[in-house]
Design a protein around this ligand. Structure first.
Ligand code: NDP
Length: 459
């Protein structure tokens, strides 16, 4: 008789939990995964995937306009939000089915319900207690809203992905990934978008040139970015609209208010504290390099640990956990040079150090910066410019940061992330032949650094 019901119980069937569970099971472990909502988690059900489908859907508005410059006469166009949402939901159902099949095909048992830790080896799900040698917490995060008067009127990205209709006027509060991406979606689809940002501009933490370029391009497209602005309260008006009182005495009115002010680990009520799992003040599970918590048999991966909150990071953490404990192949997640992209319009992508960070960390830096009109816009006439930037550690000649705002930035950045992980130098960039004509070739043809010190480098 085995000592436990399972070798591993994972709580949360999102990106990290599913990867860890199916790998562990494929290596012969007896695995169960607990999920209270839909298999797929944030990324598949209410994050990356549906968001990107809406980004694609909304971009057609510009594409139809641009076509005219290439000789096309596009007839009258119209957009049906309900149709896009229905198509998106059909795709999510398909993906959820694939995730469930992957788990079942790998022999993972899916336990439906909310999981709660009972002790270091036991989890309660829907009134039953299951035991396991190890427990993996992979419950992710949830939108975090500031407690201001009237906040109950605000929606989050969860609801934004399933609105019954498009708002005429929307206020989006926040300057991070989610706010910027949804500002682009709603703006392209014809809503009047006001984005309220408490900082000096959007996307704190990204390179200053990339931030200001994107903010400028978004404003050119019609997004009204109110920086250094806070919302004091939200009030529902008799006509169904909302009135927002801002930091000063100004007021703005909108038909919908969306908050994208960060996400918090979804650890409440999980029983973590009771069994002795240490957490940060913000509720994130504290783990070591092996993703082990303060309790020997309990591990955690993904957003719940608040390390780097990105799907591919959660997947890699899950993989390292499974390889280490179920395949006798110890692996540590490498957090160096993690690329990321914001699917804004235009998109922004980067890997490595910002100029400001490099100036702090490196003895001397060289900056290469290029701004140009992408070839497509010569005929389309679209007034949108691309920005590309390289940050080079001068003593070693290594490229330590790559930043881009412009079409296909995410697609382009992936390959440069490989180069940076391999320690590529500027000389090696220079000796690489470009692909012509492309925007990406600019990264290997930038010859002259901007005069040092760069006046725009302060963050
Ligand atoms: P972020 O942490 O990226 O941004 C939060 C934003 O809200 C910041 O601009 C922050 O301002 C602002 N903010 C926080 N608190 C308040 C407040 N009380 N009042 C006003 N503004 C406030 O969070 P998101 O919600 O955009 O995204 C959550 C996570 O999801 C991110 O960490 C990201 O990793 C992930 N994600 C990744 C995507 C991708 O890879 N493409 C897409 C979407 C999400 P300040 O900067 O001043 O703190």
């Amino acid at each position: 008789m085995a000592q436990y019901d399972y070798d591993l119980i994972t709580i949360g069937a999102g990106s990290g939990g599913v990867r860890a569970s199916r790998l562990a099971s494929s290596y012969g472990a007896r695995v169960a995964i607990v999920e209270e909502s839909r298999v797929g988690g944030t990324c598949v059900i209410r994050g990356c995937v549906p968001k990107k489908l809406l980004v694609y859907g909304s971009h057609f508005a510009e594409d139809f306009e641009d076509a005219a410059g290439f000789g096309w006469t596009v007839g009258e166009t119209s957009f049906d939000w309900a149709k896009l949402i229905e198509a998106k939901n059909t795709e999510l159902n398909r993906l959820e089915g694939i995730y469930q099949r992957i788990l079942r095909d790998n022999g993972v048992t899916i336990l439906e319900g909310r999981g709660r830790l009972v002790d270091a080896h036991s989890v309660e799900v829907a009134g039953r207690i299951y035991t396991a040698e190890r427990i993996l917490i992979a419950v992710g995060g949830w939108p975090n809203l500031p407690q201001i008067p009237g906040i109950e009127h605000a929606i989050t990205s969860n609801e934004a992905l399933d609105l019954p209709s498009l708002p005429k006027r929307i206020v989006i509060v926040g300057g991070g990934y989610i706010a910027v991406e949804f500002a682009g979606i709603f703006n392209s689809l014809g809503s009047q978008v006001t984005q309220v940002v408490r900082g000096d501009t959007i996307l704190r933490g990204f390179d200053q040139d990339a931030r200001s370029t994107l903010a400028e391009e978004m404003m050119k497209k019609g997004v009204n970015i109110l920086s250094e602005t806070t919302v004091r309260s939200i009030e529902k008006c008799p006509d169904g609209s909302y009135s927002l009182r801002l930091g000063g005495e100004e007021e703005i009115t909108a038909d919908l208010v969306m908050y994208a002010t960060g996400r918090a680990p979804k650890t409440a009520g999980l029983g973590l504290e009771e069994v002795g799992v240490k957490m940060t003040a913000a509720g994130a599970v504290i783990v070591d390099e092996e993703s082990r918590t303060s309790v020997e048999s309990i591990f955690a991966v993904g957003d719940v640990t608040d390390r780097v909150n990105l799907t591919p990071v959660a997947i890699n953490e899950g993989r390292c956990f499974a390889e280490t404990f179920y395949n006798n192949n110890p692996m540590r997640m490498d957090y160096a040079y993690i690329p990321s992209a914001v699917f804004s319009q235009p998109p922004l992508a980067s890997v490595g150090l910002t100029e400001a960070a490099a100036r702090k960390q490196c003895e001397a830096v060289e900056i290469y910066l290029s701004r140009f009109k992408p070839m497509r816009n010569t005929l389309s006439g679209r007034d949108e410019r691309t920005m590309m930037k390289l940050v080079v550690d001068k003593p070693s000649n290594r490229v330590v940061g790559v930043h881009m705002v412009g079409p296909d930035a995410a697609e382009i950045m992936q390959g440069f992330a490989v180069a940076l992980k391999c320690g590529a130098t500027k000389k090696q960039f220079d000796s690489t032949v470009g692909i012509h004509p492309s925007a990406a070739e600019e990264f290997v043809t930038m010859r002259d650094p901007v005069p040092d010190p760069c006046p725009e480098c302060e963050e």
